[in-house]
Design a protein around this ligand. Structure first.
Ligand SMILES: *[C@@H]1O[C@H](CO)[C@@H](O)[C@H](O)[C@H]1NC(C)=O
Ligand SMILES: *[C@@H]1O[C@H](CO)[C@@H](O)[C@H](O)[C@H]1NC(C)=O
Ligand SMILES: *[C@@H]1O[C@H](CO)[C@@H](O)[C@H](O)[C@H]1NC(C)=O
Length: 259
């Protein structure tokens, strides 16, 4: 055997292995799934994006950096995964998911509780993945286009604490949709496009106000002072639910001092 042949022989198994994981950097936001971790990921009632790939397919190799970028943009709102369908142990899973060509990308809008949606477009850029995912996330956010709509929304949601997002964006931000899904039935979330800050001023708040809280039974809004990111908002929402947010009861107190 020539040395070069010997090298190929020796290196092939490890090369194949590093290729399998190598489509996506292990430290990236794309996590590789096997049959068990796939099941576990889908158990949680949240939105996941999964790419079923064959590391040898050219489309998959071209997609990988874009998919990774999309994962970075979606993290931590939507978790992004990949399954290597060349791996023997994943073959039943890929068959069960009816993977017929590579790559097959699917959105699981609510874990295993809603049917997955397949990504049909050949445009596999990070922007395309991101906007497709954002659009397909189930939204339970009430869109309040006009200031006049706010009063009736506040009255309708008297029984629960309601949170209004003031945004410059035309579309409801992904963050708000994800939070509305996670707190469905517990908190009411709405969004209002306030492009020039007019509504914010009209309501008597400073320009930088992003989230207004209407405590249950109250129509006096309180400003949320934290960052508009998933983790601090999740903490804040949990504190509303367990009563440690410090809102006073329905009979008037605004709770402003305690925030
Ligand atoms: C792919 O989709 C993105 C986002 O929608 C878009 O900006 C881009 O122009 C598209 N590219 C092609 C080649 O269609
Ligand atoms: C899953 O979450 C949605 C809101 O996103 C909720 O309506 C539904 O009841 C939840 N299902 C389960 C089984 O928890
Ligand atoms: C949903 O809320 C719970 C706490 O109420 C939190 O532990 C979990 O991380 C949240 N999930 C998402 C996707 O925000």
């Amino acid at each position: 055997m020539k040395l070069s042949q010997l090298l190929v022989f020796v290196l092939t198994p490890s090369l194949a292995l590093s290729f399998g994981d190598g489509l996506f950097c292990p430290r990236s936001n794309v996590k590789m799934l096997g049959p068990k971790s796939f099941k576990k990921a889908l158990k949680a009632n949240r939105t996941n994006l999964v790419a079923f790939v064959s590391p040898r397919c050219g489309h998959c190799q071209r997609m990988a950096p874009e998919y990774t970028k999309a994962a970075d943009k979606l993290h931590p709102l939507v978790l992004t995964y990949a399954v290597d369908c060349d791996d023997e142990k994943n073959k039943p899973l890929c068959a069960e998911q009816q993977v017929q060509s590579f790559p097959t990308v699917k959105l699981f809008p609510r874990g295993n509780k809603l049917a997955p949606i397949a990504y049909e477009s050949g445009n596999r850029t990070s922007n395309a993945f991101f906007s497709w995912t954002s659009k397909r996330i189930p939204s339970q956010v009430t869109k309040l286009s006009k200031v006049a709509d706010m009063q009736s929304w506040i009255e309708k949601t008297q029984d629960e604490t309601a949170l209004l997002l003031l945004t410059k964006e035309k579309k409801v931000p992904l963050l708000w949709k994800v939070l509305a899904n996670n707190y469905s039935g517990k908190l009411e979330l709405a969004a209002h496009r306030d492009e020039d800050g007019k509504t914010t001023r009209l309501l008597g708040f400073e320009e930088n106000t992003r989230v207004l809280v209407y405590p249950a039974g109250s129509s006096n809004p309180v400003k949320y002072e934290g960052k508009t990111k998933l983790e601090p908002l999740t903490k804040f929402f949990d504190s509303i639910l367990d009563g440690t947010a410090g809102f006073k009861g329905p009979d008037g107190g605004s709770g402003r001092d305690e925030l």
